[in-house]
Write a protein that binds this ligand. Structure first.
Ligand SMILES: NC(=O)c1ccc[n+]([C@@H]2O[C@H](COP(=O)([O-])OP(=O)(O)OC[C@H]3O[C@@H](n4cnc5c(N)ncnc54)[C@H](OP(=O)(O)O)[C@@H]3O)[C@@H](O)[C@H]2O)c1
Length: 285
């Protein structure tokens, strides 16, 4: 391996230090920030993610009211529970753990949520705010990647950033974010996908290559410009195994690279709490 490693934990720690200070400031004003969570069904992985988020919420000083709904819950009941949290003045942030069972419509459920409480930053109104450069909760994984690049002093302004994948949670919002007119963005962004058969032609010229496909091993050394920065966002889970988009051998070619595990993930979770504390600040301003 020759590439410098870009672990997400130091980035997440810096973000969470700021969150901790902001939680303390809210508490000094008599406000306990609350991040509510909704879990549908009994999927082990989803239940595990919720437990981790709740544990971390507690450590950061949030309370986290939780609704665990049965796997056969109706769409109407799920939406009723979301509206209940929307209307609860003591709750500031809300997330519905994804995925939810197939008979339910996640996008419709998301649209019922108060956009200002949407800590995942995926509500259509928040995507619209992002497109327009208006303040609001940012999608966590894209925001985490921008923070990671900034933390390691990797400039993207004026440089060629290529994103493999145009999905709604990662590639598409990340492209909007990194093309914004701000010092830590301002990039020349290209997005490639299955509609671009010769996508390696684009990735090979990227100063910063971001994998957002969810196809294990899709990025191989020959797709990377020597010395480029490679960020692995896309992953597929097979049980507890994490299968990243970026093949480990890319480290032989890249100048800097996120590690196979512990790269983008910790920054995503940190951004969730940044959105949550911001929601509490807005609600109680
Ligand atoms: N690390 C984290 O914390 C974190 C958080 C959120 C998401 N993720 C991961 O990020 C990835 C993307 O999430 P998403 O929801 O945005 O995904 P998505 O909606 O499934 O989008 C995947 C994108 O990749 C493209 N793609 C798939 N196979 C391809 C191929 N063979 N060649 C070229 N392009 C290909 C697709 O192209 P088409 O549009 O043409 O189909 C699509 O645009 C997933 O792996 C997800 O697990 C990671």
């Amino acid at each position: 391996m020759s590439a410098r490693l870009l672990p997400g934990k130091p980035v997440a720690d810096a973000v969470l230090e700021d969150v901790t200070a902001r939680v303390a400031a809210l508490k000094a004003k008599g406000v306990t920030p609350a991040l509510a969570t909704i879990l549908v069904g009994d999927d082990d992985a989803s239940a595990g993610y919720i437990r981790i988020k709740q544990k971390q919420a507690g450590e950061l000083g949030f309370v986290s009211p939780h609704a665990h709904l049965p796997g056969d819950v109706t769409q109407a009941e799920l939406e009723r529970v979301i509206r209940g949290f929307n209307d609860d003045k003591d709750v500031h942030g809300l997330l519905v753990q994804y995925p939810i069972p197939g008979h339910l419509d996640y996008d419709r459920a998301l649209q019922v949520m108060d956009p200002d409480m949407d800590v995942d930053g995926l509500h259509p109104l928040n995507m619209g705010r992002l497109a327009l450069g208006l303040p609001g909760p940012l999608p966590c994984t894209p925001a985490g990647i921008e923070a990671l690049l900034a933390h390691y002093d990797i400039p993207v302004a004026g440089r060629e950033v290529v994103i493999l994948g145009r999905g709604a949670t990662l590639g598409r919002p990340l492209a909007m974010l990194l093309a914004q007119k701000r010092p830590t963005a301002n990039a020349a962004v290209t997005v490639v996908h299955t509609g671009v058969a010769d996508w390696p032609r684009y990735t090979q010229r990227a100063d910063v290559l971001i994998a957002a496909a969810g196809v294990p091993g899709i990025i191989q050394p020959e797709h990377v410009k020597p010395g480029a920065v490679v960020v692995g966002g896309g992953v597929r889970y097979e049980g507890r195994r994490i299968l990243p988009d970026v093949d480990e051998s890319c480290a032989e070619v890249a100048g800097a690279i996120t590690p196979r595990v512990g790269g983008v993930g910790p920054t995503t979770v940190a951004m969730l709490f940044r959105n949550a504390v911001a929601a509490a600040e807005r609600a109680t301003a």
